[in-house]
Structures are given as C-alpha cells and as structure tokens.
Design a protein around this ligand. Structure first.
Ligand SMILES: Cc1ncc(COP(=O)(O)O)c(C=O)c1O
Length: 446
C-alpha cells in the first residue's frame, strides 16, 4: 500500500511529503475518498519519524486536501464542502489556521478608518418614521447621486455589493439566460449565476480590461446581462481603461444587455473609474461598495443607474428587510464628508498599491506571471495549485486556489491578498515565488 507513496516522495521532509502527496491528488493518482496510509505505516516505509508524516498530514488538512476521520483513517477529501456555494467555499477552504492568511480578500482593520467619531455623532438620532420611508437617507442619496459616475435614473442602498449582485441578478437573469462575465472572476458571482441556471460566457482580460474581440463574440450570443468589475478587478487587479470602456460601450450599443458594474473596491482603488453608464445610463446598473474603503461591517453598497432594474430591486426589498440600517447609512454619510476619513482612505489606497508593487516586483523577477496593478489582491501563475498551496501552508501562509475564480479550465493560479502583508514583503514574496515555481519540477528537473 505504501509503495506508490515511497516512489512518489523524494524529499522526505514534512514539506516534501505534503507537496508530493498534494501532487498525487492533483494528478488524480489518489482519487477522492482514497484512504491514506497511517502515520505509522508511512513513517516506517519512508524511514522518517512519525512526527514528520503527521506534520505533512496537518499541512494537507489545512489546505482542505485531506480529511482525518479519527479511527476510520485519513482520506483524500472532496475539493469542495458539501452543497453550494461550491466555488466560494473553496476560496478559504480548510480550517486554515495560518500565521499569515492571504486567502481572504478582506482589508486589514489597521488600514480602515475609525468608525468611532462618526458613530458617536449619529447615536441619538431617530432615523425611521415609517417602514415605508424611502430606503436611502435623503442626505446620503443626494451625496451619492452627486458623486455617481453617470446620471442615475434611480439609486438605492443595500447590504454590500454581494447583496446588490444577488438582488440585481434575481431581477435580470432567468433560467437558461446567457450572461457574460470576466474570466477569471469573483467566485460567489459564478455560484450565484449557477444557482439561477444561467449559461455563463467568460471573456478574458488583458492589462486594459476585457478583450474587445472576445467581448463582441460573446455579445453575438445575445446575453441578457454583462457583469464587469470596472477597477481593481478581483482577482487580477486590472482596472479597465477609459479607451477600453468606450469600445465595450460601443459594442453594447446595438444589444439589449444590461451591464452590471461591481465597483467593489471603491476609493481604495488607485485607477480612475470609467463606467459604461456614461454611454448607456438606461442599461447600466452600477454598484459601489464601501466594504474595502470604509469597512466590511458597515455592510453597505449603493446601487444606481437603470431605473427599471434599481426600482425593481428596491420594491422587492420592501417585502423583505425594507432598508439597510439608517444608523449605518448615517455613519457612512458622516465619514464620506469627514476630512480625516477621506485622508485615511486615500492613504490606505496608496499603501495597498505600495504593498502590491513590492510583492509583484519580486515575483516578476523570479519569472512568476502577475497581472494588473490595483487593489488588495494579486493573481499569480503557479505550476500546480495544490502543491503551491501546500508549500505555502507548510510555512504558515494561506492563499486562495485559482480554480474557483475560473469560468473555464485555465492555467493554474493563486489569488493572494497581498494588501494584508504589512512587513517583510520581499521575504514573503520570495516564499510565494518558491511556491509558484517549486511545483514546476516535481522531480527536481528544471
Ligand atoms: C468583486 C467583488 N464583488 C463584491 C465583493 C463583496 O463586497 P461587499 O462586502 O460590498 O459585499 C467583493 C469582495 O471582495 C469583490 O471582490
């Protein structure tokens, strides 16, 4: 039983064992449900201590590759948890007790503005007179419409960009409809579209945004909707240029597709925001999240643009939560006008750009492919996802596998939330580079 393991494992350190078993799983040599040898059996046949094997098993468990089921043994695990959302759960799969967890895609609290002063200012207000009040605080609405990238026919506020995507998709997308998305893209969006029974068409990105020829070809298939991230695209970090948006808008002009723009990074993005709404205001629904800039626990995003869609969202929501906390809306309003908060958000954006660049420079110097320039995430090429994750996990670093972000099969990648790295960028980037390249030559031949 252990022979194939002893043959496959050349490097007999805990890290080497974990990486080799990770590769056996990726290649399909070990199928889901396969029972692994016991720690004692394998340590004996490899001639290493049981602690070494058990350390390797811990690393593989941490990345969700194997599952220890007590007395029954240890088994190769289904790459996803039971049930949906399949892709989303995989992003931060496994118990993941990492010293440095870069899999999360969330901003560090150290770079978020302090809510204290704004909360203190709104704590005594009574903000709701009727359940049928307009869902957006009037002063906030005026402020948002003022800063909207195009003239919005209607605007409302919901509980974050994910809530917005869910509500807009439920209005716009029906079973069997075709929908265009970027490839790769945000995993929960793909899960959501799966759930709705949509047929998803992926369009690749280059440094300037979605590739026009592919975009036009996708539009020929008559999609009902196009989901785009205008800047700091997650996972690639690409901000779509003004020139590219103009070409996309021109291609969209002769269609009836609704464009749903997810500006999830808001003011922490350093790239300029250009919206298709400048050309197609009646068919663009623009979403602006405040999670990355002001804090995910404000749980607020604004949705504005095409009146029929936005009003349908607000009307349907009347029969559910009705509105997003007006207390939190008032906190956001205070913060949007507060000079200290504005400065903190701008400084955070610059700091994310700096962290991203430091890591990207090292990776590129090692020949690791890196895309984009904006936001808190970095999308890097690796020779083998699972081996790269295992190698990083053995060093206490978590990262997200690329597969859940991909619309179709593609080369292996990791998404790394480099915005969370507050020191030692070169050293950590070096570890990322090793993880990316090491698995390139499982037997040590380069
Ligand atoms: C592309 C994208 N959309 C939406 C979200 C979620 O935003 P929110 O916290 O506003 O729901 C994220 C979060 O990382 C994201 O990357």
């Amino acid at each position: 039983m252990t022979t194939r393991f002893t043959e496959a494992i050349e490097d007999r350190s805990a890290r080497g064992i974990a990486a080799a078993v990770g590769r056996m799983i990726t290649r399909g040599d070990l199928t889901i449900g396969t029972r692994l040898p016991t720690v004692r059996e394998l340590s004996k046949s490899l001639g290493v201590s049981p602690t070494t094997v058990s350390e390797a098993w811990q690393t593989l468990t941490a990345v969700g590759a194997i599952d220890a089921r007590g007395r029954q043994g240890t088994f190769v695990r289904q790459p996803t948890g039971p049930g949906s959302p399949r892709r989303y759960r995989r992003v931060t799969e496994g118990p993941g007790h990492f010293a440095l967890d870069l899999s999360t895609g969330t901003p560090p609290s150290s770079l978020l503005p302090d809510l204290g002063p704004a909360v203190a200012k709104v704590s005594r207000q009574s903000l709701t007179s009727s359940y049928l009040d307009h869902p957006v605080l009037p002063q906030l609405e005026a402020r948002l419409i003022d800063g909207w990238p195009f003239r919005a026919e209607a605007l409302t506020v919901v509980d974050g960009a994910m809530d917005a995507l869910d509500r807009v998709a439920q209005i716009v997308v029906r079973l069997g409809d075709r929908v265009v998305v970027e490839h790769p893209t945000f995993p929960p969006l793909l899960d959501l579209l799966d759930e709705l029974g949509a047929e998803v068409i992926g369009v690749d990105l280059d440094d300037e945004g979605p590739i026009v020829a592919q975009f036009i070809a996708a539009l020929h298939r008559q999609p009902v909707a196009v989901f785009l991230q205008p800047r700091a695209h997650n996972p690639t970090g690409v901000t779509t240029t003004a020139q590219r948006v103009a070409l996309l808008a021109a291609a969209l002009a002769n269609t009836s597709a609704i464009v749903i723009e997810d500006d999830h990074s808001g003011d922490i993005a350093t790239g300029a925001l250009v919206s298709t709404g400048s050309w197609l205001p009646e068919r663009t629904v623009h979403i602006r999240s405040y999670s990355k800039s002001h804090g995910p626990d404000l749980r607020l995003a604004a949705v504005g643009g095409a009146g029929d869609v936005v009003n349908a969202v607000a009307n349907r929501r009347l029969l559910g939560p009705g509105w997003s906390s007006r207390i939190l809306q008032a906190v956001l309003l205070e913060m949007l006008d507060d000079p200290a908060t504005i400065a903190t958000v701008a400084a955070a954006g610059a700091e994310y750009a700096r962290r991203r660049q430091l890591v990207a420079n090292v990776l590129e110097s090692h020949g690791v492919g890196v895309t984009g320039s904006d936001g808190i995430n970095l999308w890097m090429t690796v020779a083998d996802e699972r081996s790269a994750l295992v190698t990083l996990a053995a060093q206490g670093i978590g990262a997200a596998p690329g597969e859940p972000f991909q619309v179709r099969d593609d080369s292996p990648h990791l998404r790394v939330t480099v915005g969370l790295i507050d020191s030692d960028h070169e050293r950590i980037a070096g570890q990322l580079a090793v993880a990316a390249g090491e698995s390139r030559s499982p037997r040590g031949h380069r």
